[in-house]
Design a protein around this ligand. Structure first.
Ligand SMILES: C[S@@+](CC[C@H](N)C(=O)[O-])C[C@H]1O[C@@H](n2cnc3c(N)ncnc32)[C@H](O)[C@@H]1O
Length: 215
């Protein structure tokens, strides 16, 4: 595939080879309308938009949901990227550039909207806790979802249940991060296993990391 994952000198949850593996996985399903839960700094979002733009010749939609710095309304047991506390970088140049010169919070709605502005006609960024906002969003066109937001058992289970209900009756693909042994989070795996079992669905583990559920 011609499209390669780029990091744009920001932060991403999909480092080194994982970005390309993820894009290959998405390209296989040829989606037109994508939902990402957990936008973080928007890097995976930008890569998804680049891919969907290429696959659909500009005719695609992308919805991204994140707290974008807003306090969670629910669980105390969320597992968040350490970076979110005080925007820490291992690269000192990034620290100078983003924290001292630009004073830009890369996980803010403003920063991500600005970063993705070339796609502003295709995208909808929503600020909020999925436990509250997900069921209020029109998901009827969505055909592929990347679930990488709150990592507690209750949030993952709730996200999956709402998606399953909202997207019922059409074929869709749910990709979840942190399921396989290489980036295993016990709460995430248990929530996915319980969901798959109770709805009698099939799950593929991709490269020992992602869970792929096709309904
Ligand atoms: C692991 S990061 C996402 C990484 C991103 N998908 C990427 O590839 O770069 C998780 C994100 O989920 C957001 N988040 C955590 N709990 C959430 C919730 N309950 N609702 C919405 N977003 C949440 C955090 O603010 C954080 O930006």
């Amino acid at each position: 595939m011609d499209i390669k994952y780029k990091t744009y000198w920001r932060k991403t949850g999909l480092k080194s080879k994982w970005g390309d593996i993820f894009l290959e996985l998405i390209a296989k399903h040829n989606p037109k309308s994508f939902l990402e839960i957990g936008v973080f700094c928007g890097v995976t979002s930008m890569n998804i938009c680049n891919l969907l733009d290429y696959l659909n010749k500009g005719k695609f939609t992308y919805i991204g949901i994140d707290l974008f710095g807003e306090k969670k309304n629910t669980q105390n047991d969320e597992i968040e990227p350490k970076f979110l506390t005080n925007q820490k970088f291992s690269n000192p140049l990034k620290n100078i550039y983003y924290n001292l010169i630009l004073k830009e919070d890369l996980n803010s709605l403003e920063s991500v909207s600005n970063f993705l502005k070339k796609y502003n006609k295709n995208i909808n960024l929503i600020k909020g806790d999925t436990n509250e906002v997900l069921e209020k969003i029109d998901l009827s066109n969505i055909d592929c979802v990347f679930i990488d937001g709150g990592h507690s058992y209750n949030t993952v289970k709730n996200d999956l249940n709402i998606l399953y209900k909202s997207l019922k009756g059409k074929e869709k693909v749910l990709i979840c991060d942190d399921y396989g042994d290489l980036s295993y989070i016990p709460e995430v795996r248990k929530a996915i296993d319980d969901f798959v079992k109770s709805n009698k669905l099939r799950l593929n583990v991709i490269k020992d990391r992602f869970a792929e559920i096709i309904t």
